[in-house]
Ligand binder design. Sequence first.
Ligand code: HEC
Length: 163
Amino acid sequence: MRREVNANSAAIRLVAFCCTLVALTACGPSSDTPVGKAGWLTGSNLEKLDTVATHLRGNDLVMMEVDWRYQQLAKAGRQQNWEAAEYQLNKLKLTMSLGKERRPKRATSYDWFFETGFPPMVEAVAKKDLALFEERFVAFTQNCNTCHDMEKVSFFKVESPQN
Ligand code: HEC
């Protein structure tokens, strides 16, 4: 008898919990409520995520950051500011890794660059050797262009920045 009462009150508590959950969900903002400034993000939650992903852009924007950091790397190395050079190399790796994640069709070429392009450059910076840096920077630049060939965008020619 006692056990039955307990079971009943447990069932009642469960039903009450479910009702509260349903009520809360119904009162809360639905998934297609526009969000963002002036409600610019519209549609279902999935559609909103898709819109944000489109605004995040693809490899073209990655390359704009890559190009800027590549030039900063040249400047830092030539000034023998090795900490700054190491920083730029790390950020180059980061932006390329995220680019690879966003555009899997470029993954094989990126992997090739991670294996071939970065290690000699990382070594020159770690050794704090200006002559080695200059020599490796030429190869680094060539590897940028090799990837452009591999990805059929050879019309983008990377040139080592002048001093
Ligand atoms: C995965 C191979 C790959 C590597 C490595 C790579 N690129 Fe690119 N790059 C591309 C592709 C593909 C494009 C064309 C943009 C796109 O994806 O829509 C491009 C475009 C560019 C552009 C033109 C961007 C624009 O929209 O105007 C520049 C500048 C550039 N790359 C610089 C570099 C530099 C500098 C390096 C080396 C540090 C480099 N890239 C390494 C694949 C690569």
